[in-house]
Write a protein that binds this ligand. Structure first.
Ligand SMILES: Cc1ncc(COP(=O)(O)O)c(C=O)c1O
Length: 393
C-alpha cells in the first residue's frame, strides 16, 4: 500500500493491500495470493465472496437498503426471532459494531443497578479483556495501551483477574454497588485465554446470588467461531445479556445486544437508538449467514477443524520448547511462545499466510469456518515452520 496521510494513523498498517477475495484466499494489488487464517479478525466466518452472501447483498440492495427504526423492519424482526431461537435469549437491540453492542449492554447494567436502588452502579470487568474503543468500552477494556491518553475514563468499572471466581467473591463481599459483571467466554485480544471448565457456571451462580447481571461479550466468540453458535453454549448456563458483532454480518457492519429475563425489560422507548442499526441490508445478510452455517453444518465443522489444527500443530511443534501452550476452542486458536513474536506476522506474509499475534507472545489463528482439509493442513505446516524457524534463529 502507498502511504496516505489523508487517513488518521490509528493503525500501524502492514505494507500490503488486498483487492479481491474468494473463500479462504485473498489477492493483493500486485497479484499475489494469500491464505487467510485471520478472517478479518473473526469476521468473515464464511470466507470471502461467499455466493449466498453476495446474492443476498445484491438482492436486498435492489429491493430496500434503509428506512429507519422509526418504522417496522421485517428483516430485522426475522433476524431477531432467529437469533432468539438459536441463543435462548428473549430480545435484542441492533447496533453497527461490537463496541456499540457493548455500550448497550453497559447501559442495561446501569439501568439494572438504578432499579436496585444503587446510585452509582459498577460493572466488574476482567484484566486483559477487550471490549472496544468507544469511551465506555475502552474504560471497560483491561489494557492501559487502549486507555492511555483518553482520561478521564468512564467511571463505574471494577477490575478483577480473569478466570478467578474467588476474586469475584471478594469483591461481592466488599462492595455494595455492583450491578453486573461483563466478561468474554474466551478472551480473544487477551491471548486466546480459555477459562477453567466451571468458570462461567460459577460466575452465573454468583450473579444469581448477588442479583448482578451476567453480561457475556461474544463479539469474537459468537456465531460459530468456537464450534457452537455462542461460547456460553459450551457450558450449561445462559447469560442475562450477550453481545455480538463481527461474524454476524460476515463483513457488513452489524452488532447486537441480546437480553433475557429482567434485562430484557429495561429499555423503554427513547432510551437507546441507532440510525443504521439493524437496517434491511445488514439483517438480510445476517439471516443468510445463519442459514448457511445451519445448512452446511459449519458448527460441527469448526469444532472438527479446530481439533485437527490443534493436533497438527502439537505434532509439528512437539520438540519446540519455546512453545508454552497450544490452545483452541473451535477455530479460535492460540499458540503461546515464551517470547514476544510480533515479527511472525510479517514472516507469515512472506510465506503468503495471514495470521495475527496478540498479547505480545500469542500467535492467533481465526481461519474461516469454510476451510478445506487441505487449506487447514497448509496453515498447520506454514505456522509450524515459521515458529520453528523463528525460535531457533
Ligand atoms: C471481545 C470483543 N469485544 C468487542 C470488540 C469491539 O468490536 P468492534 O471493533 O466491532 O467495535 C472486539 C473487537 O476485536 C472484541 O474482540
Amino acid at each position: 500500500m502507498h502511504s496516505n496521510n489523508t487517513i488518521m494513523p490509528t493503525y500501524g498498517r502492514l505494507p500490503l493491500s488486498f483487492v479481491k477475495g474468494e473463500g479462504a484466499w485473498l489477492w493483493s494489488d500486485d497479484g499475489e495470493k494469500y491464505l487467510d487464517a485471520l478472517s478479518g479478525i473473526a469476521v468473515c466466518g464464511l470466507g470471502h465472496s461467499h455466493p449466498a452472501v453476495t446474492a443476498t447483498i445484491c438482492e436486498q440492495a435492489g429491493t430496500l437498503l434503509h428506512t429507519s427504526n422509526l418504522y417496522g423492519i421485517p428483516k430485522q424482526q426475522e433476524l431477531a426471532d432467529k437469533l432468539c431461537k438459536i441463543s435462548g435469549m428473549e430480545n435484542m437491540f441492533f447496533s453497527n459494531s461490537g463496541a456499540e453492542a457493548n455500550e448497550a449492554a453497559i447501559k442495561l447494567a446501569r439501568l439494572h443497578g438504578h432499579n436496585k436502588g444503587i446510585d452509582s452502579p459498577s460493572i466488574i470487568v476482567a484484566k486483559h479483556s477487550f471490549h472496544g474503543r468507544t469511551l465506555a468500552t475502552l474504560s471497560a477494556t483491561g489494557s492501559r495501551k487502549v486507555q492511555a491518553g483518553f482520561e478521564p475514563l468512564v467511571s463505574g468499572f471494577i477490575r478483577a483477574p480473569y478466570d478467578d471466581i474467588d476474586a469475584l467473591k471478594d469483591i461481592a463481599a466488599n462492595s455494595k454497588n455492583i450491578a453486573a459483571i461483563m466478561v468474554e467466554p474466551v478472551q480473544g485480544e487477551g491471548g486466546v485465554r480459555i477459562p477453567s471448565a466451571d468458570y462461567l457456571s460459577e460466575v452465573r451462580e454468583l450473579c444469581d446470588r448477588e442479583g448482578w447481571l451476567m453480561i457475556l461479550d461474544e463479539v469474537q466468540t459468537g456465531m460459530g467461531r468456537t464450534g457452537k453458535w455462542f461460547g456460553f453454549q459450551h457450558s450449561t448456563i445462559k447469560p442475562d445479556v450477550m453481545t455480538l458483532a463481527k461474524a454476524l454480518g460476515n463483513g457488513v457492519p452489524i452488532g447486537a445486544c441480546l437480553a433475557q429475563g429482567e434485562a430484557a425489560t429495561l429499555f423503554k422507548p427513547g432510551m437507546h437508538g441507532s440510525t443504521f442499526g439493524g437496517n434491511p441490508l445488514v439483517c438480510s445478510v445476517a439471516l443468510t449467514v445463519i442459514k448457511t452455517i445451519e445448512e452446511d453444518n459449519l458448527l460441527q465443522r469448526a469444532e472438527e477443524l479446530g481439533e485437527y489444527i490443534h493436533k497438527g500443530l502439537a505434532e509439528l511443534l512437539q520438540d519446540n520448547s519455546t512453545v508454552l501452550s497450544i490452545r483452541n476452542r473451535g477455530l479460535m486458536v492460540g499458540i503461546e511462545l515464551d517470547r514476544p513474536c510480533s515479527e511472525l506476522v510479517q514472516i507469515a506474509l512472506n510465506n503468503k499466510l495471514l495470521i495475527n499475534v496478540t498479547a505480545d507472545s500469542v500467535v492467533r489463528l481465526l481461519p474461516p469456518l469454510i476451510l478445506s482439509d487441505e487449506e487447514a493442513q497448509q496453515i498447520i505446516e506454514t505456522v509450524a515452520k515459521i515458529i520453528n524457524e523463528f525460535t531457533t534463529k
